[in-house]
Design a protein. Structure first.
Lengths: 90, 325
C-alpha cells in the first residue's frame, strides 16, 4: 500500500516536471535571462568604476559592494567580452 | 526684515546657511549667529565639512575631527574629518565582505576597486554629503548652522542633492523591477517565497537618507539661506549671478547681508583722503545693492577694528548683526 502510494507520487512528480518542461520552462528561462541582464545593468550603474565608468556617489555604491562580490567576475566577463553570432542564438 | 526679527518671526527655521564668495565673512556670520542664538537659550550646532574648515580658527580651539565640541553653554561646534570617515567606512565594508563570504583576505580585484573608489574626489564629496545627512537627521539641537564652502562649491553641493535623488530613485526602480522577475520565476517553478533582496533594502535605506536631506535643504519653512556680500563691484555682480543659480536649485534664499561697511560717521572726522574715497565708493555701491536686492537686504555690518577671532570678538560681531539687545 505504502509502496503504491510512493509510486503514484513519483509518477505525479514526473508528470508535473514534464508539463513544466513543455509549458513553462521556456518562460522561466526567458525570465531568468532578462533578470540576469538587469542584474548586469544594475551592477554597471552602481559599480561602473570597476570598468572605468565613473559612478556618481561612490560612498553609497560602496554600501552595495558586499552583495555583488560573487557576481563581479561573471559581470566583468560579460561586459568586456566581444559579441558574436551566438549571442543572438542563446 | 532685519536679521534680528527673522528668528522671532520664523520660529520654525532650524537650518541656517550663509553662502558667498571666499573670505567675505561666512564663517564669521555663522559663528556670530550661533553665539546669538545660544545666548538666547537655544541649543545650537555649528558645523563645517570643509577640509580647510575655519571653525577651529574662529573659535581658537581645536575642533577638527573631534566630534561635537562644546564651545560654551548651548553652543557646539563640529568639523567633519572626511578622510577619517572614508577610511572607517571602507574598513566597515571590508569587514562585511570578509564576514559574508568567509574570506581570510580581501579578493584582489575588490580591494583594488575599493582603493580606487576611495581615492576619487567624488568619494570625498559623497562622504561629506552623508556626514551632513547624519548631522541634520540625528536631531538634538534647536538650530543647525551650516558653515558652507565658497559659492561654486556650495552650489555643487546643493545641486548634488537633486542629482543623487534622481540616481537613487532610478536604481531603486530598476531593482524593484528585477524583484518582479524573481517572483515570476518562483511562481512558475511553484517555489514558495523568493529570497529577500538585501540590495533593495540597502537601496531603500540610501534613498531615505538622500531624500531626507534634499527635503530639509529645500524646505523654506525649515531652512534659511543668506548671502554674504561686501560693497564691491565684482562681488555684487557675482552674488547676483549666484542668487539666480541657487534659486534654480530651490535653495530657499531668505536674504542678503552686507559685510565690511566702513562706518559712515568716520567721514565727519579728520581722516585721510584714501579712506574718504573708500567711503564714497561704498556709498555708491550700497545704493546699488539696495536697488538690486531691495527688501531682501537684511542688514549692513560694519568693518570691525580687529579680526573676528575668539568668543569676545564673536560677541561683538553678534551685537553688530543683531542689534545691541
Amino acid at each position: 500500500m505504502q509502496e503504491k502510494k510512493e509510486k503514484k507520487e513519483k509518477l505525479g512528480d514526473i508528470a508535473k516536471e514534464f508539463i513544466y518542461g513543455m509549458a513553462a520552462h521556456d518562460m522561466t528561462r526567458y525570465a531568468l535571462k532578462t533578470r540576469s541582464s538587469m542584474e548586469h545593468l544594475f551592477i554597471l550603474i552602481t559599480m561602473g568604476d570597476l570598468l572605468g565608468v565613473p559612478i556618481l556617489p561612490p560612498y553609497y555604491s560602496l554600501r552595495l559592494l558586499p552583495y555583488v562580490v560573487p557576481q563581479i567576475s561573471t559581470w566583468k566577463r560579460r561586459m568586456l567580452r566581444e559579441k558574436d553570432l551566438t549571442d543572438a542564438l542563446f | 526684515m532685519a536679521l534680528v526679527d527673522f528668528f522671532t518671526e520664523c520660529p520654525d527655521i532650524r537650518y541656517i546657511m550663509y553662502g558667498g564668495k571666499g573670505g567675505l565673512g561666512k564663517t564669521t556670520f555663522s559663528a556670530a549667529t550661533a553665539y546669538y542664538l545660544a545666548k538666547k537659550g537655544f541649543k545650537v550646532l555649528i558645523f563645517s565639512v570643509d577640509p580647510q574648515a575655519s571653525l577651529s580658527d574662529i573659535f581658537a580651539r581645536k575642533i577638527f575631527g573631534q566630534g561635537e565640541v562644546e564651545i560654551m553653554p548651548n553652543l557646539y561646534a563640529c568639523e567633519v574629518d572626511a578622510d577619517k570617515r572614508i577610511k572607517a567606512y571602507g574598513d566597515e565594508i571590508r569587514k562585511k565582505i570578509m564576514d559574508m563570504y568567509g574570506f581570510e583576505t580581501m579578493p584582489e580585484e575588490i580591494e583594488n576597486y575599493m582603493k580606487a573608489a576611495s581615492a576619487e574626489p567624488a568619494m570625498e564629496e559623497s562622504a561629506i554629503f552623508d556626514a551632513v545627512v547624519d548631522i541634520v537627521t540625528k536631531g538634538g539641537y534647536d538650530y543647525y548652522i551650516y558653515d558652507l564652502v565658497p559659492l561654486g562649491h556650495a552650489l555643487y553641493y546643493l545641486s548634488m542633492t537633486s542629482v543623487y535623488d534622481a540616481w537613487i530613485n532610478k536604481i531603486s526602480a530598476l531593482r524593484y523591477e528585477m524583484g518582479k522577475y524573481d517572483k515570476v520565476v518562483a511562481t512558475v517553478q511553484s517555489k514558495k517565497e523568493t529570497a529577500e533582496d538585501k540590495i533593495l533594502e540597502e537601496l531603500l535605506y540610501i534613498k531615505e537618507r538622500i531624500n531626507a536631506s534634499s527635503r530639509i535643504l529645500t524646505d523654506p519653512k525649515l531652512t534659511a539661506f543668506f548671502f554674504v556680500l561686501t560693497p564691491e563691484e565684482m562681488i555684487i555682480l557675482d552674488t547676483a549671478k549666484a542668487a539666480e543659480l541657487f534659486a534654480k536649485f530651490n535653495v530657499p534664499i531668505r536674504g542678503f547681508i552686507v559685510n565690511r561697511v566702513i562706518p559712515k560717521k568716520l567721514a565727519s572726522e579728520n581722516i585721510p583722503q584714501y579712506l574718504r574715497n573708500r567711503i564714497q565708493m561704498q556709498e555708491g555701491l550700497l545704493a546699488r545693492i539696495d536697488s538690486q536686492f531691495g527688501s531682501k537686504v537684511m542688514g549692513c555690518v560694519p568693518e570691525l577694528d580687529r579680526d573676528v577671532r575668539g568668543l569676545e570678538m564673536i560677541e561683538k560681531m553678534a551685537k553688530e548683526m543683531f542689534g545691541k539687545r
